[in-house]
Design a protein around this ligand. Structure first.
Ligand code: HEC
Ligand code: HEC
Length: 495
């Protein structure tokens, strides 16, 4: 009795004290304010036209509405991370809306893509991706600006001149429908997996410029088998048969989890979806098919508002055992951690609750990491144990490419070691060449097996290896001659 009485007095006087205080002091008690520089003036960080004041404010679009293709020119704050699980209209209206919008959007996407790239179907005769079925596309196919006759002529201009004339051919590539965004699967995939066809948008690249499908799968533990799948896509119905007797039970369990579909934003059983029928969702291998990639793309989950998120193409999982830095900007440090968080992709725990969280226990994601850790790079028969070309197996052109790679072209500064990657993030400062929002530091990607994973760069903006070489020639201001660039591409195809 006494205790209760005492407590009442303490609480009562506390309330009395608080209510007697002036408002500003009371607020301070609730939430401590931070220091403020009264006469704040921003120093010039040299951002120039990449400064937020020079960017256009993001358009105020609703879910599903068209977004600009030149999103790099936009910036600012927008909607918060917490998306509403409800559609802005009824399901029937949502489907009807997209039935109207999609054909117009896709016609515009095709026109935009062919204004940027000359898809001329040229190939390197006799040069195949690792599965031996798909020829490597020859480039560069990024279109030269009007009035510029060659990439060599373009490379004579300074970044400032290129920016002033607005003629940079390698500007960022946006998700064609960034307001709903999320995964877009290539046509080859959708043909076999029609449950992933979207009602609102399709992939913007022709299949010919994407990785071979299904890609081969190589194991660090069974080099003698070559492609363990023998030309098959690994699925929940055949994985046991293919891998029984080759994997530990733990790796097998991990593989099964990499193949098991779970709900994700826009691919699930709720009306918050972009597929005509409700679906079980997607699995890791829906994008990283056979531990590689089918060229599906997404938006990076690392930034907000949604329209500021960068498009990201699916990287290969091959050789992840050699990487200390996973994902282009999030710098995730282990594959187990990756398996725990990935696939869902929006980095939004609120939405996750609505569509059904994956909620893997640590032991399960560890096993997914265990299988990931034995996915090998494809064979590179021209490379010796030190990762150098074996002279008797290489052509003069390939050897010249190797020499340039480590010398004049500086590639080896960032692409070194067994996976041809330094495991750092670099700010290539590409915004020196165009007016727009800087993309900031991005991780270096490995170049081992690189011929198998077009299109290139985090956002797929470079359709072929030749476009990638032209990109680095400009961005690093290397001044390479045409035959030198061709030699570097020839070398990249050996890695
Ligand atoms: C859209 C299809 C898609 C699905 C499904 C998917 N990923 Fe990915 N994955 C990506 C993309 C896109 C990236 C690049 C992300 C980034 O740059 O932030 C990525 C990156 C990765 C990386 C880092 C690779 C690197 O080189 O940095 C790993 C590891 C990975 N995913 C594993 C997984 C696992 C495990 C799952 C299932 C739990 C999964 N992914 C599901 C598309 C997908
Ligand atoms: C300063 C470090 C640096 C140098 C030097 C460099 N790169 Fe890179 N490279 C990167 C980074 C960072 C990325 C990822 C950039 C992105 O995705 O925006 C990358 C990506 C690539 C890619 C695309 C990889 C993929 O999976 O999509 C290719 C191809 C490539 N580099 C080739 C080269 C070549 C060829 C050279 C030399 C001419 C070179 N790089 C020089 C840092 C470098």
């Amino acid at each position: 009795m006494k205790k209760v009485y005492l407590l009442a007095i303490v609480l009562g006087s506390g309330i009395l004290l608080a209510s007697n205080l002036p408002d500003d002091i009371r607020l301070h008690l609730l939430q401590s304010p931070g220091a403020v520089v009264e006469d704040f003036q921003e120093p010039d960080y040299g951002l120039g036209s990449g400064h937020i004041d020079s960017l256009i404010a993001f358009p105020d679009v609703k879910k599903g509405e068209r977004t600009p293709f030149d999103l790099w020119r936009y910036g600012g704050q927008g909607q918060t991370s917490f998306m509403d699980p409800n559609l802005p209209m009824s399901w029937e209206e949502w489907v009807a809306f997209h039935n109207n919008q999609k054909p117009v959007l896709m016609a515009d996407v095709r026109e935009y893509m062919s204004s940027r790239y000359d898809f001329n179907w040229a190939v390197y005769e006799g040069q195949y991706m690792s599965g031996g079925r798909k020829l490597i596309r020859r480039g560069p196919i990024s279109r030269l600006p009007k009035g510029v006759k060659s990439f060599e002529e373009l490379a004579k201009l300074s970044p400032e001149q290129i920016k002033a004339r607005d003629i940079f051919p390698f500007k960022p590539l946006a998700h064609p429908l960034a307001s709903t965004a999320h995964m877009v699967f290539p046509n080859v995939w959708n043909v076999v997996h029609p449950e992933h066809v979207r009602i609102d948008v399709d992939h913007d690249y022709p299949d010919e410029y994407l990785p071979e499908f299904p890609p081969p799968l190589f194991l660090t533990t069974h080099k003698e088998f070559g492609d363990v799948t023998k030309g098959k896509e690994v699925t929940l119905s055949n994985y046991y048969e293919i891998f029984n007797g080759l994997l530990t039970p733990e790796q097998m369990e991990g593989l099964k989890e990499l193949l098991r579909p779970t709900a994700t934003t826009w691919f699930n059983q709720t009306p918050h979806r972009v597929t005509i029928a409700p679906s079980a969702g997607v699995s890791c291998f829906s994008c990283h098919v056979n531990g590689h990639t089918n060229g599906a793309f997404e938006l990076g989950p690392d930034s907000r508002p949604t329209l500021a998120r960068l498009r990201v193409g699916t990287p290969s999982m091959r050789g992840n055992f050699n990487l200390m830095q996973l994902s282009s900007k999030r710098s995730i440090r282990s594959m187990d951690h990756f398996a725990e968080i990935e696939e869902y992709f929006d980095g939004d725990p609120g939405m996750m609750q609505h569509i059904g969280p994956r909620g893997h226990q640590k032991s399960v994601s560890n096993r997914m990491g265990d299988f990931n850790a034995i996915i090998d790079f494809p064979p590179a028969p021209k490379l010796g144990p030190m990762g150098k070309l074996i002279p008797s197996k290489a052509t003069q052109q390939e050897l010249l490419g190797e020499q340039l790679f480590w010398g004049k072209a500086k590639c080896g500064t960032c692409h070194s070691g067994p996976a041809f990657v330094d495991d750092y993030m670099h700010d290539l400062q590409v915004e020196r060449f165009y007016v727009g929002r800087p993309e900031g530091p991005i991780k270096t990607f490995p170049l081992r097996g690189i011929k198998d994973s077009p299109p290139y760069l985090h956002d797929d903006r470079l359709p072929t290896l030749d476009d990638a070489v032209e990109f680095f020639n400009l961005v690093l201001e290397l001044g390479l001659a045409k035959d030198e660039k061709e030699a570097i591409t020839a070398y990249l195809m050996c890695l």
